[in-house]
Design a protein around this ligand. Structure first.
Ligand code: PRT
Ligand code: ZN
Length: 298
């Protein structure tokens, strides 16, 4: 009998494509992807990757067409709210946040506008591609603004006098700046997420999902962590513990030929800044190395 293949939908082209493919590759899924691939068969696991528009991923997972999907939380919630307004339920499980595709959905107004607070948008026009997320926010804040739906190039609406404000995704803020707009409030913080269909899956598929989730977690955890190695005087170990976050269990080894010196190895779950390294140096540490971690399994 042929093994059932798990299907994962990812964005075909765009901001989430590279990171989604990298994540799958880091999890050990080997497949050959060409520019025009619509589907790629993993060579070493019973998994098929489908390449689709990001906007279609939530529906494909909710309808059970795909077992898993990687999509921006913004696109997911917008779709879920639109389903709700049509009286349909949105069935999916949010498995985990993936730590990439980080952006925020913000309201912005022209630089020269006197508007500073959200309450001042009462009765004004806001252009957006995210009508449901925006409407939900306006209802929560009891603001009666007119929401104008635009499929793209939302930033241009104030220039064309179509709207007084916009509500769009921001990451660096450069696009707002280039269009002479200033952010007044963030209504939603987003990142890529892994979602799973609620359709009943075979035991085989459940097992692969479990294995994949463990690997996803390992990769994400590894990306956030750093491996640190340095030499230090044995007498400075207590001071070092107060400088480094999460150092309860460092590996301390003798340094060949020096009784009063040790080699310290540890994994830090937090970012390591120059200031921390300078602090270590001040208490006598030397040969300090901070290395990225590729995979991690605790
Ligand atoms: O073709 P397809 O429909 O699949 O792609 P798309 O064009 O609809 O989406 P795409 O690739 O632009 O974005 C996919 C997902 O990436 C979004 O749903 C978000 O979850 C995430 N993401 C992260 C972003 C951004 N950052 C982002 N900055 N999506 C869009 N932007 C746009 C934003 O709309 C604005 O035009 O980038 C501009 C602002 O960027 P900054 O850096 O100038 O602030
Ligand atoms: Zn899209």
């Amino acid at each position: 009998m042929q093994t059932e293949r798990l299907t994962i939908a990812i964005q075909k082209k765009g901001r989430l494509n590279d990171d989604s493919l990298d994540l799958l590759a880091c999890c050990g899924i080997k497949c050959h992807v060409t520019k025009n691939s619509l589907i790629a068969r993993a060579e070493n696991m019973p998994i098929d990757i489908l390449f689709v528009r990001d906007d279609d991923i939530p529906t494909m997972v909710m309808d059970g067409v795909c077992d898993l999907g990687i999509v921006g939380e913004n696109a997911l919630l917008e779709k879920a709210l639109s389903q709700k307004s049509n009286g349909a339920s949105s069935q999916y499980d949010l498995i985990m946040k993936l730590g990439f595709g980080i952006c925020r959905l913000s309201i912005a107004v022209p630089e020269e506008s006197h508007i500073e607070k959200i309450a001042e948008l009462d009765n004004l026009r806001i252009a957006t591609s995210y009508t449901y997320l925006l409407q939900q926010y306006l209802i929560e804040k009891s603001i009666k603004a007119h929401v104008l739906e635009l499929a793209g190039s939302v930033e241009i609406a104030p220039k064309l006098a179509m709207a007084d404000a916009i509500c769009d995704l921001v990451s660096t803020g450069r696009t707002l700046e280039e269009n002479n707009l200033k952010e007044i409030i963030t209504i939603f913080n987003s990142q890529a997420v892994l979602i799973q269909s609620q359709v009943d899956l075979s035991e085989e598929k459940k097992e692969i999902i479990e294995l994949l989730c463990r690997r996803f977690e390992g990769v994400i955890q590894a990306q956030e962590s750093k491996y640190i190695m340095f030499h230090a005087p044995r007498s400075a170990l207590e001071k070092i513990k107060s400088i480094l976050p999460g150092i309860e269990m460092p590996t301390v080894l003798p340094l060949g030929g020096c009784d009063d010196q040790v080699v310290v190895h540890l994994v830090s779950a937090e970012a390591i800044f120059w200031k921390t390294l300078e602090g270590l140096k001040q208490v006598g540490a030397s040969s300090i190395l901070v290395l990225p971690i590729e995979k991690m399994m605790c």
